[in-house]
Ligand binder design. Structure first.
Ligand code: UDP
Length: 243
């Protein structure tokens, strides 16, 4: 398997294309190379346009994967062959591969509503019983957050999923990754909700036809304002192509 990593630019942000993202991350884990993984979609790219601090965090991440259809269509219009790789699928494949490691490496889930995160962790423990997952919900007081940081420092989990939503999770990781400098840190958005069964992923048909956003809008209509970023991204992308 070719593990080389190509980097492309989407509206000034990096996107890395690889054959095997999870394999690349497991190799980094073996080498003790701390890694921040960002799962880039059009909504995040548009937030980064307005928020230079977010753009900087994305540029500093060691791996930025093409999570959204908009990002992939942008790359294809520029003649790059890119496949969409949703962040949740990367997280799942990382957990599957972690379950095959000779030592059961500690894994941490942080974020999601109280009850949801523990349920997500339980569901993974049942699926892959060699995993050793600790979970903490994402609605903490300042004091509880300090305790969490202390536990992370002590525990040194090898894989840390942070599901606080964009851009909070990206900033949280950038600010706290020094606590576990050899870990793989991934911003996973609402993945805990899906693993806990409190939300559904869009059926394959929607994903295959670049319509996952439509299913999300149907499930969570209050997201409509955030989704205005999608046509904005399309217009920007077309302008960028003509330039
Ligand atoms: N969340 C959290 N703490 C907060 C705000 C949000 O843990 O203070 C969690 C929320 O419970 C949900 C996730 O962050 O599980 C955000 O999911 P969403 O699908 O909105 O993520 P995005 O679309 O921003 O990637």
């Amino acid at each position: 398997m070719d593990r080389s990593r190509s980097q492309f630019s989407v509206l000034g942000l990096p996107v890395h294309i690889l054959d095997d993202y999870a394999g690349w991350l497991i190799e980094r884990l073996h080498q003790g190379l701390g890694t921040h993984v960002v799962t880039l979609n059009a909504e995040m790219a548009m937030q980064a346009e307005q928020n230079p601090a977010l753009a900087n965090v994305i540029r500093s991440a060691e791996l930025v994967i093409p999570d959204g259809s908009g990002v992939v269509l942008y790359l294809r219009m520029r003649g790059k062959s890119a496949q969409r790789f949703p962040g949740i699928e990367l997280a799942e494949s990382l957990l599957q591969q972690a379950g095959k490691l000779p030592n059961s490496e500690p894994i941490f889930f942080f974020g999601g509503a109280p009850g949801v995160t523990a349920k997500a962790a339980e569901s993974w423990q049942q699926k892959v019983n060699r995993l050793s997952i600790s979970a903490q919900h994402g609605y903490l007081s300042a004091g509880e957050e300090t305790e969490l940081c202390e536990s992370l420092k002590q525990m040194q989990p090898k894989i840390i999923f942070v599901g606080l939503g964009v851009p909070r999770q990206e900033f949280w990781i950038a600010e706290h990754r020094h606590l576990c400098p050899q870990s793989i840190w991934v911003g996973v958005g609402g993945s805990f909700d899906i693993w806990a069964g409190t939300k559904d992923r869009a059926p394959a048909w929607f994903c295959d036809n670049h319509l996952e956003w439509l299913y999300r809008l149907y499930q969570e209509p209050w997201r409509w304002r955030r989704m205005l970023a999608l046509p904005q991204f399309a217009l920007k992308a077309l302008g960028d192509l003509r330039a």
